[in-house]
Design a binder for this molecule. Sequence first.
Ligand code: NAP
Length: 507
Amino acid sequence: MAQHEHVRVAVIGSGFGGLGAAVRLRREGITDFVVLERADSVGGTWRDNSYPGCACDVPSHLYSFSFAPNPEWPRTFSGQEHIRAYLEHVADTFGLRPHLRLGHEVTLMRWDREELRWAIETADGASFTADFVVSATGPLSDPKTPDIPGLADFPGKVFHSARWDHDADLTGKRVAVIGTGASAIQIVPAIQPKVAGLALFQRTPPWVMPRMDRKISGAERRLHRALPVTGAARRGLLWGIRELQVSAFTKHPGELGLVERIAKANMAKAIKDPALRAKLTPSYRIGCKRILLSSTYYPALAEPNVDVITSGLAEVRGSTLVASDGTETEVDAIIFGTGFHVTDMPIAERVVGAEGITLAESWKDGMQALRGASAAGFPNFMTVIGPNTGLGNSSMVLMIESQLNYMADYLRQLNVLGGRVALDARTSAVGAWDRRIQARMKRTVWNTGGCNSWYLDANGRNTTVWPGTTAEFRKVTRSVDLSEYEVVRIPKRAAAPAKAVAEEVVG
Ligand code: NAP
């Protein structure tokens, strides 16, 4: 028989956002919740991205939960396997396993206006109802592979960076890497030494700064273990430096010229060929796209088995890849490092709100959510890492924890209001919030730097990045302002005639 469960809260996803939400719920004394996860283990993007060289470019002591410091981080920028293990450890330490429903892909969430709760269906036939939903599916969960004519007939291996085919042996093969984003620039130096030839399809050159990665010594780790305050101080320093950088991105992009000089020196150190340097030099302001960190990318590109093709992949003819500029290259395997469905996240098509329309329809002119959390018409529903909560230079875990403060207060307010009740963000409040964000966006490097990036949606609106410091976001998400919400109660049912009620009581 199909399984059905009613819970106070359903959390969707078990990456940093979902696990963080689960810990926070327990801290608030809420244990009546489930975490619905489509995969068979926790970890989100750090489970799915297992490509060679995968690591975080935010230092580990900052890229971790404040409530779960990890004195054992092995490197300043730890690798994917360590981050994934950390998330597994969080699930164990905070007793989250009984709440996990693995292999439960959410196919539909529909708001029930009569009962004031969410009805949730999953691909395996299980169903849930929940008073409150925390959607923590993350913006980097659904890989985007461009629709390239002829790709289906390519005879070799084809896969996306976020779905690495570990059975594919690339040794001695001719490999094409499509894209030059954060994923691709980690893959290229990791596979270059073993492939026969590497054709890199670069549509837009990225800015790449040196990556100051090093092993964290045993002595440092012992110190952080014995005196946790030292780990906290390290984190505080990493955080403070990044907070000071924010105004250059958001208000004074001109100040980023110095950073461009460092990035150019990083390139010049490894790339001696002026023609190749010219190909790799960006023509937009640094920071407009995410600044990439690598000390091995340029040295790999300087190797004789690498060819940089300065245009996108346009067509596949058998095993020949045709670039937009007509260049033809024959390869044995194609790796797409072409990013994710960020501003068109598929989960939005599966959420049906109070007006009977999906979140995707509601966001057809661009994503909008009050304080990054609440969309109008979607009561008792919040998105972790929602619209305009992304960062260009610091740890997303800080933003997630701020959103969890907001979630905790949201649930507290529902308790205070009492009874069967929901909060629905007012259209006017969502609109005012969005206008404030977009007005600030006008001066930022993401909107003025002269590039096209995944920060911008199909209409050119920046609906992904937060145009302020993480401290400011912490402040604006500290509590729920009830004036920004409509309080919704169960519609009164037609009162039964007095005689019938009396008969019922007597009978
Ligand atoms: P991405 O930043 O969206 O990069 C996608 C790349 O694919 C871009 O270079 C894009 O070119 C290119 N592209 C798309 N279609 C193409 C085509 N038809 N032909 C050639 N190139 C094409 O994706 P990502 O690298 O996976 O990174 C996504 C985000 O994940 C990052 O910004 C970061 O937030 C996160 N991430 C972080 C780390 C880390 O911490 N180290 C590592 C990986 C990912 P254009 O630039 O011309 O659009």
